[in-house]
Design a protein around this ligand. Structure first.
Ligand code: GAP
Length: 471
């Protein structure tokens, strides 16, 4: 950025820029710390010092992930007649990666710092006075960039030689392309139709960074939507809109999302149009998902390399053709991070006695929230209260994730669930068990996480209320 400002104004501008940067990095630190403290995300192999670029999801993280993937599957597969699913293996025949171009070209430019021996991505280096600098030690003594293939190599079977080599898949898409004929035959779909998949992908990123944003093991949610050539551009627009609707429906507000149209000279050579859907993370605006019109490139490559027909027979025109494809490809981990970043909030609240405290609250969409409802007996040493609360847990747990908590003051229990993003709290009190007369017997207090408002609800109405709010 080149900005020319007079002295005092410049100082003010840069001070404000620095404090914005500091606030953003503080916010990110708080989110990472909450993730660990509450069991969303842990460092993989932590007790051995971790493994760079790998993460584990804890009890709350795994529920959030599951809700995200389930909703994607519901939107992209179950609610549609024109999409079916599949689940491919992580290891594929090496020839798949030769034909797709990954073996030769799936690489990032890498440089070595001769001073501190760090390996760095050449396209992400900071510059000082027009010279690329090592972000670790500040040296300018860097090697020339060279291509580093991002695929993890491995061996299949007992011999460790070239003939046994393959790779952990770097994207899920290729198993869809190579199974195109099989899925077409069994599903008897007509163009346009899609094949969806959610699964792990692996990339030996040179610099994994920004927590779970760029990791070496991650999960993708991909749809390959096959169509006639003349439908491609229109479907690209259609899928962009659909995907934006999806993000709105999981609680990512429009003003934090950006659509970046990739200019022709930056697109893959086979693509006739690509959009990146980006999100305003605390560390900057970054890609969440790519929506790409990949033409007939992938199926053509695999047909040529395998010698097996991957064509579609069009009954109407009685001709064979290789379908074109539009691909919305999203990352589970990135979307999960976006959800956490969007949801994290701190507010000062004052209790009845005038005491103020900071409340940390994850304002996750109820659909995404790991736990849908906390259930609390007002006192843990009252048998009737505990029994009623336990009955409510049993009534709900078959349908949704609920959490029973009887320890500590009720205010503390609410706060613990606020931090976990639980949208509703149900308290069983003396009214519930009829100790204050019949008027409110068999009703409970429902507390809303976001507004902290409370209302009374009949126990019989709880399942319907929660289902409506959380699905
Ligand atoms: N099949 C197309 C494809 O894989 P991509 O843009 O390389 O395209 C799609 O990846 C999505 O996968 C990205 O938008 C991102 O959400 C996710 N993704 C890619 N690399 C990732 C990484 N190292 N860590 C986490 N997510 C990643």
């Amino acid at each position: 950025m080149h900005v020319h400002l007079p002295g005092a104004q410049a100082v003010q501008f840069f001070t404000s820029l620095m404090s914005q940067k500091k606030a953003a990095s503080d916010r990110m630190e708080k989110i990472v710390s909450l993730c660990k403290r509450r069991g969303f995300v842990f460092q993989s192999s932590e007790i051995y010092g971790g493994l760079n670029g790998c993460w584990d999801y804890g009890p709350l993280g795994v529920e959030l992930r599951r809700n995200l993937k389930d909703f994607w599957w519901r939107r992209m597969v179950r609610e549609r007649d024109d999409v079916v699913g599949m689940d491919g293996s992580i290891l594929l025949n090496r020839q798949v990666w030769v034909a797709s171009g990954h073996e030769n070209t799936f690489s990032d430019p890498m440089v070595d710092c001769r001073n501190c021996k760090s390996r760095l991505r050449a396209d992400q280096l900071p510059e000082k006075d027009g010279r690329k600098q090592c972000p670790v030690c500040g040296s300018f003594d860097l090697t020339e960039p060279r291509a580093f293939n991002l695929m993890f190599k491995t061996f299949v079977g007992a011999t460790e030689d070239e003939s046994a080599t393959t790779y952990l898949r770097p994207e899920t898409a290729q198993s869809i392309f190579v199974q195109f004929r099989n899925v077409l035959e069994v599903s008897r779909k007509k163009l346009p139709f899609g094949i969806a998949q959610i699964g792990k992908a692996f990339r030996n990123e040179i610099n994994p960074r920004n927590f779970i944003f760029r990791s070496r093991e991650f999960e993708q949610m991909e749809l390959e939507y096959f169509c006639f050539p003349n439908q491609g551009l229109e479907l690209l627009e259609y899928w962009l809109k659909e995907r934006l609707r999806f993000y709105a429906d999981i609680g990512l507000s429009k003003d934090k999302l950006h659509v970046h149209e990739i200019p022709p000279d930056e697109r893959s050579h086979y693509s006739k149009g690509t959009y990146d859907i980006e999100f305003e993370f605390p560390f900057g605006v970054q890609e969440l998902e790519g929506v790409a019109y990949r033409t007939d490139y992938d199926l053509t490559q695999h047909q040529r390399a395998s010698g097996k027909p991957l064509e579609y027979f069009d009954e109407e025109t009685k001709t064979h053709l290789i379908p074109h494809v539009v691909e919305p490809s999203a990352g589970v981990d990135r979307t999960l991070l976006a959800l956490l970043c969007a949801a994290y909030d701190e507010e000062t609240v004052t209790d009845d006695k005038g005491k103020s405290e900071v409340r940390t609250v994850l304002r996750l969409h109820p659909r995404m929230a790991p736990i849908k409802c906390g259930i609390f007996p007002l006192l843990k040493n009252n048998e009737l209260l505990v029994k009623k609360a336990r009955e409510i847990v049993e009534m709900l747990r078959g349908d949704m994730a609920v959490f029973y908590d009887e320890t500590g003051a009720i205010g503390r229990r609410y706060r613990r669930q606020d931090e976990a993003g639980t949208p509703f709290g149900i308290t069983v009190d003396f009214d519930t068990i009829g100790e204050n007369g019949p008027a409110n017997q068999d009703t409970v207090t429902v507390r809303y996480r976001d507004s902290m408002e409370q209302k009374r609800l009949a126990i019989a109405e709880i399942p319907g209320f929660l289902r409506e709010q959380t699905t």
